[in-house]
Design a protein around this ligand. Structure first.
Ligand code: PLP
Length: 406
C-alpha cells in the first residue's frame, strides 16, 4: 500500500472537507426539510429559456461554441457585463472583466495572486465559509471585525488597518451567512478608510440583485471610485459576482471586475488553474442576458424569495422560543439564528436531523466562536415546507432550553 499521507504537501494538512457539503449528503433524503444548503429553488430554473439559448448558440455559432476560447472570457459576455457594471461617471471596460467558474473561483484566484503564507486579511465576523476554505492553504492571520445589523462595524476597522493587511474581504449585500447589508454610511466610511490606509477590498456580491425590501445601495467599487475621484475602474476594489443565484449554479458562470493589472495577473493564475471557462456555458449566459431575459427573471426570483423570506420570518416569530434571536435580511438567501450561549448548534444538529430538519451550524462561518449560531436558507424549500421545518426546529429548541438551563 502506498502511504499517500507521506506524499501530500504540508499545506494540505490545513485543508478539510467543507462541512456544508458533508451535511448536504445527510439531508438529501427526501423526508428531511433542509435549510442547510445555499441552493436556489430548482423549480425556478428557466429550463426552457436555457434550452432555447443552447439551441440558438449551436445553430448560430456551431463549432465555435464548442471550441477553446480566450482565458479572459468570450468578448460578448465581457462587454455585456462591463456595460452592466458601468455607472454615470464611471466606465467599466471589457478589459476590466474576467469570466470565472463561479464566484468560488474568483475567491480562489484572488488568493493565488495576493497572498504569501502568513499574510493578514480583514474579514467580517461571521464571514463566508467558502472563503475560509479557499484560503486555508495560505495560513492567513485573520483580523476579524465584528458586524451588527448594518454589516461590518467600520468604526472598529482602524486598528486592523494599521496592521497592514493584504486585503479586506466583504460580502456587503445580504451577506452569507447572516443576510445583513452594509449601510450606505458605512460603505462611504469603509472606502474612505481603505483609501487613507492604502488598503484594498475584495467585494463579493453574489446576492446583490436579490433585494426584497429597502433601497438598493451603491457597490463598493463605485463608492471607492467616487472617493478616489476616478472615472475608470482602477481604484482599490476587486469585485466579483455570479450567475449562480440569478440563473443557475450548475452553469458555473461568474465574473471578476478589477483594474487591468489585476485582471492580467488573474488571467495568468486562471491559465494555470483551468485555461478558460466553458465556452458553451458562456455563450448560453450571454444569450439569456442580451435580450433582457435575465432582468425579467430576477424580478420573478425576487417575488418568490420575498414570499419565502416572509414565511420564514413569520414562522420564526410564531414557533421559536423567546431566548432565540435572528437576523432580518432585506434580500439574499439566508438568515442567522442565535441561541443562548451554552447551546451548541453542532451538537443540536444531530437531534434536528433525527426530526428531519437541517441547518448549517454557525461555527464554520467564524474564525473563532459562533457555536451557538446556525444559518437557515429560505430559498430552496416551499413555503409549506418552511412552516413545517421551522415548527420542528422551534419545538426542538424549546425542549433543549428546558433540558439544558443556562
Ligand atoms: C458569499 C459567497 N461568495 C461566493 C459564493 C460562490 O458561489 P458560486 O461559486 O456558485 O458563484 C457563494 C455561494 O454560496 C457565496 O455565498
Amino acid at each position: 500500500m502506498v502511504n499517500w499521507n507521506a506524499k501530500f504537501a504540508a499545506r494540505t494538512g490545513r485543508m478539510r472537507r467543507s462541512s456544508i457539503r458533508e451535511i448536504l449528503k445527510l439531508t438529501q433524503r427526501p423526508d428531511v426539510i433542509s435549510f442547510a444548503g445555499g441552493l436556489p429553488a430548482p423549480e425556478l430554473f428557466p429550463i426552457e429559456q436555457i434550452r432555447a439559448a443552447a439551441d440558438r448558440v449551436l445553430t448560430e455559432r456551431g463549432a465555435g461554441a464548442l471550441q477553446y476560447s480566450t482565458s479572459e472570457g468570450i468578448p460578448e459576455l465581457r462587454s455585456y457585463l462591463a456595460a452592466r457594471m458601468s455607472r454615470p461617471g464611471l466606465t467599466v471596460s471589457p478589459d476590466n472583466i474576467l469570466i470565472v467558474q463561479g464566484g468560488q473561483q474568483a475567491i480562489d484566484l484572488v488568493g493565488r495572486i495576493l497572498f504569501d503564507e502568513g499574510d493578514r486579511a480583514i474579514v467580517e465576523s461571521p464571514t463566508y465559509l467558502g472563503m475560509l476554505v479557499a484560503w486555508r492553504a495560505y495560513n492567513l492571520n485573520y483580523l476579524v471585525v465584528p458586524t451588527d445589523q448594518h454589516g461590518l462595524i467600520t468604526e472598529l476597522l482602524p486598528p486592523a488597518l494599521r496592521q497592514n493587511p493584504k486585503l479586506m474581504y466583504l460580502v456587503p449585500n445580504f451577506q452569507n451567512p447572516q443576510g445583513v447589508t452594509l449601510s450606505g454610511a458605512r460603505r462611504a466610511h469603509l472606502a474612505q478608510l481603505a483609501a487613507e490606509h492604502g488598503s484594498v477590498i475584495l467585494e463579493d456580491n453574489p446576492y446583490g440583485d436579490l433585494r426584497y425590501s429597502g433601497e438598493d445601495l451603491p457597490s463598493l467599487y463605485a463608492v471607492d471610485a467616487q472617493v478616489r475621484g476616478l472615472s475608470e475602474l482602477n481604484g482599490g476594489v476587486i469585485y466579483t459576482s455570479s450567475f449562480s443565484k440569478i440563473l443557475a449554479p450548475g452553469l458555473r458562470m461568474a465574473w471578476i471586475a478589477a483594474p487591468v493589472p489585476v485582471i492580467d495577473k488573474l488571467v495568468q493564475a486562471k491559465q494555470g488553474a483551468d485555461l478558460q471557462c466553458n465556452t458553451f456555458s458562456q455563450y448560453i449566459a450571454y444569450e439569456v442576458c442580451k435580450d433582457g431575459f435575465i432582468d425579467a427573471h430576477i424580478l420573478r426570483l425576487r417575488d418568490a424569495y420575498r414570499q419565502r423570506r416572509d414565511v420564514m420570518l413569520a414562522a420564526l416569530e410564531r414557533e421559536f422560543p423567546e431566548e432565540a434571536r435572528w437576523s432580518k435580511p432585506d434580500g439574499g438567501l439566508f438568515l442567522m439564528v442565535h441561541v443562548p450561549q451554552h447551546i451548541n448548534a453542532t451538537e443540536l444538529l444531530k437531534e434536528a436531523i433525527e426530526r428531519k430538519v437541517a441547518y448549517v451550524p454557525g461555527d464554520d462561518f467564524h474564525v473563532e466562536g459562533g457555536q451557538n449560531t446556525f444559518r437557515l436558507n429560505y430559498s430552496n424549500a416551499s413555503p409549506e415546507m418552511i412552516e413545517e421545518g421551522i415548527r420542528r426546529l422551534g419545538a426542538l429548541l424549546k425542549e433543549v432550553i428546558v433540558r439544558q438551563p443556562a
